[in-house]
Design a protein around this ligand. Structure first.
Ligand SMILES: [Zn+2]
Length: 303
C-alpha cells in the first residue's frame, strides 16, 4: 500500500543538499504548478463570490501547499471538497429560509474558515513531502471527509422540513442551531464523506497505475476508512456545537446566533459555551478528529 507516494523517488533527491533540507520529496516543478493552480482556483472562486479576498489569499496558500507538496491525488481530493461545498452553498442559498442568519458568516468563505477547513490537510501534505509517511494521505482523506461531511450536512440540513434535534439531548430546536442534527443533514454527511473517499480512491488508483502500469486497488480500504473518519469528525462538530461552542442570543429577536452582532444589528449576548471557542475552531477540531481516526484505523488495518 502506497497512498500518495505513487511517484518514484528520483535518485538525485537523496544527494541534493538543497532539497534534503525540509521537504526532501518535494518537487520544485510540482510546487510551481501547484501554487499557480491554487491561485487560479482562488481567483475564480473570489470572482464567483465563493471566497472573500482574505479567503482567496488563504486558499492560495492552503491549496498551493496541498497541490504542490502532495501532488495530483491530494489536489483531486481538495478540489472535490471545495467545488462540491461551494456548489452546494450556491444551490441552497436561494432555497433555505432565514435560518442562515443565525450562522456566524454568510456563504462567502473568509480566511479563518478556509484555514479551519484546510490547515490539517496542508500540514499532512507537508508531513508527506518531508517523510513520505504512508499514513499522511490516509489522515488527509479523513480530515477532508470530516470537513466535507460537516459542510454538506450544514448546507443540506437547512432544507429539512422536519425540525432538527440537539445531538446531546434530542430536544427539537430551530433549524440552524449549533449542534442540531436532522436525518436529512445526517444523510448529507454520509454522502459527503463517501464522495470524498471515492474521489481519493480513484485518484490514488490512477496515480498508481500511471507509475506501475498495472491496476492497484489496494486503496479501496479508503472507501471504509474515509466515511468512518468523516462521520466521527461530523459528530464531533455537532457535539462541540451543542456543548462548548460559543452561542450568542439576540435580546431583541430572542434568536440564537453564532454572531456577536445579530443580523438585525443588535449586539448579542453569550448564551452558552466558551467565548473563545468559535465555530471555526470547532471545525478545525472536527478535521483533527477525522485525520486521527483515519490514521488509527489505517494503522490497525495495514500501515
Ligand atoms: Zn436580532
Amino acid at each position: 500500500v502506497n497512498f500518495g507516494q505513487a511517484r518514484p523517488i528520483p535518485e538525485e533527491y537523496s544527494v541534493s543538499c538543497v532539497r534534503v533540507t525540509y521537504f526532501p520529496y518535494a518537487d520544485s516543478q510540482q510546487l510551481m504548478v501547484g501554487f499557480g493552480l491554487a491561485i487560479a482556483v482562488a481567483v475564480v472562486a473570489w470572482a464567483f463570490r465563493a471566497l472573500t479576498i482574505g479567503g482567496a489569499a488563504a486558499a492560495s496558500v492552503v491549496g498551493g501547499t496541498v497541490f504542490g507538496l502532495g501532488g495530483p491525488e491530494w489536489a483531486s481530493v481538495l478540489i472535490a471538497f471545495f467545488a462540491s461545498s461551494s456548489a452546494l452553498s450556491r444551490w441552497t442559498t436561494g432555497t433555505k429560509h432565514d435560518a442562515t442568519t443565525g450562522f456566524a458568516k454568510g456563504s462567502r468563505r473568509d480566511a479563518t474558515q478556509v484555514i479551519a477547513n484546510g490547515a490539517v490537510g496542508a500540514t499532512l501534505a507537508a508531513v508527506h513531502a518531508a517523510t513520505l509517511a504512508p499514513w499522511a494521505f490516509v489522515g488527509f482523506v479523513g480530515a477532508m471527509a470530516a470537513v466535507t461531511a460537516d459542510t454538506w450536512a450544514t448546507e443540506v440540513g437547512l432544507l429539512s422540513r422536519v425540525p432538527p434535534r440537539l445531538i446531546t439531548t434530542g430536544a427539537p430546536v430551530r433549524p440552524g442551531t449549533s449542534g442540531a442534527v436532522s436525518s436529512l443533514g445526517s444523510a448529507a454527511a454520509v454522502a459527503g464523506a463517501v464522495f470524498i473517499s471515492t474521489v481519493a480512491f480513484i485518484a490514488a488508483a490512477v496515480a498508481a497505475f500511471q507509475v506501475w502500469g498495472v491496476p492497484d486497488l489496494s486503496g479501496a480500504t479508503l472507501l471504509v476508512i474515509g466515511p468512518v473518519a468523516g462521520l466521527a469528525g461530523a459528530v464531533t462538530d455537532s457535539w462541540l456545537g451543542a456543548t462548548v461552542q460559543a452561542v450568542y442570543r439576540c435580546p431583541r429577536c430572542e434568536k440564537e446566533t453564532e454572531r456577536r452582532v445579530h443580523s438585525c444589528g443588535t449586539a448579542s449576548r453569550l448564551a452558552r459555551g466558551r467565548e473563545w471557542l468559535t465555530n471555526d475552531l470547532v471545525n478545525l477540531a472536527a478535521s483533527v478528529v477525522g485525520a486521527v481516526v483515519a490514521i488509527i484505523i489505517g494503522r490497525a488495518l495495514f500501515l
